[in-house]
Design a protein around this ligand. Sequence first.
Ligand code: BES
Ligand code: ZN
Ligand code: ZN
Length: 500
Amino acid sequence: MNFEITSKKLDQISSDGLVLFAFEGDKFVPTKNLLYVDKILNGFLFNSLYFDNFKGKKNAIFSFDTQKKILASKIFVLGLGKKEEFDQNKLRSAIATFAKNYRGKLSSVSLGLLTDSETKQDIYLQSQSIAEGFILGNYLFNKYKKKDDNLKELETIIISEENKASSIKIKEGIETAKLICEGVILARDLVNEPAAVITPTSLAKIASDLAKKNKEITCKIYEREEIEKMGMGAFLGVALGSDTPPKFIHLEYSPAGSIKKEKLAIVGKGITFDSGGVSIKPESSMMTMKCDMAGAAAVLGVFSVISQIKPKMKVMGIIAATPNLISGKAFVPGDILTSMSGKTIEVLSTDAEGRLTMADAFTYTIKKGATEIIDLATLTGACEVALGTDIAGLFSNNDSLKEKLLKSSKKTGEHLWELPLLVEYKELNKSDVADISNIPSTRYGGAITGGLFLQEFVEEKPWVHLDISGPAFYEKEHELGQKGGTGFGVRLLIDLLKDL
Ligand code: BES
Ligand code: ZN
Ligand code: ZN
């Protein structure tokens, strides 16, 4: 997808569709560009909008045939919701909804930006949101489908801007968006690929290729024997049931120059397929379980662009990758595993495997000098039940790290909601025969007891756990894209890293 900037007026640009915006009101509240084009069309555009009862509601789309009265073939008026509630997330979402709905039907789109008085955001952020909306909304995972030659590719987005200084800012905003979306799309692709394609081996290959391409990144892959030597009994327990070898992936970004002394570890759950193991999942819950490496996908998405984001701190990307399968060699309920930390874990359900792999990953990061930890994990179905599909659960032992993530969440529209690590609930994870049990004694509060289990392995380091079970994978289309992997967490973390 190409973005062009032109000094031509909106009515003077040839395209398949001209995009205009309106805010929500009793009727609708027109933007300056909408007024301008309506004047050229002698009021026909407003009349049609009134006739259609268009109110400018968030993500509403009105389409209008220009009958060649201006150079664009069609006009699309996108609703942005109420002006006082407007922010860059609404704009990104309106554009993505448009790109999604008209996918395959347009090859070029023209538009003009909102004015300063219409939006409180600067032109750089505005163009970033617009470009993200187009790129993410247009994304489709269709490589395994027969190509439909009748569908058009959205190739060109033409932005009208006369002012030279503004054009430069627009270009910068677009470049930032392209970079971020490269990371998001890598994460989406990795989640959408079947488990037969995305194995621990292929994740390891992607990680080491990233290191080869970027001089600031190194990558160390640990094979099964080395994992055994490090004493990662919890991770290895999960890996017992599959023939594909497990991989422990350690990416590290070290920027040149003077940097902060802290070292952040980002840990992603990397279960390439979760059958539940011997505690097998029902068919309906297993169908989407190729998504159980969405945390790992987000880590790789972030590392694919981290050298261009340039955080001023060392950052580790950690993935303990294995599928959770069944075989004669698989671990079974009742097994007791010794984790790398030395703590023993009674396995009462082989389906609570994520916390086992994460526990060893945490101990490893601390041994390697991590001073703070953020993890992303499709850890519990309970979190999706608690918060729905659009919100990830946030759990933390540290207010300052938590606030940073909540700030990035507001800016990116990747929703987080804090759930408590209630000390009293620790009781629920007790085991009769080991230091801790991998499932709680009640199914109520499952997202919290999952978080409390993880907390046992972070050794009081500042830590944020994001349970992304809901927003990592959609079974229906969503605001910023089609069904499937969303790349959740990539935009959030990139925003966080920018300010480190
Ligand atoms: N990968 C699942 C959690 C999950 C469920 C992610 C739905 C995305 C969508 C995880 O390994 C799991 O199975 N957790 C169990 C934990 C329970 C046994 C304590 C669960 O949520 O049922
Ligand atoms: Zn599971
Ligand atoms: Zn899982």
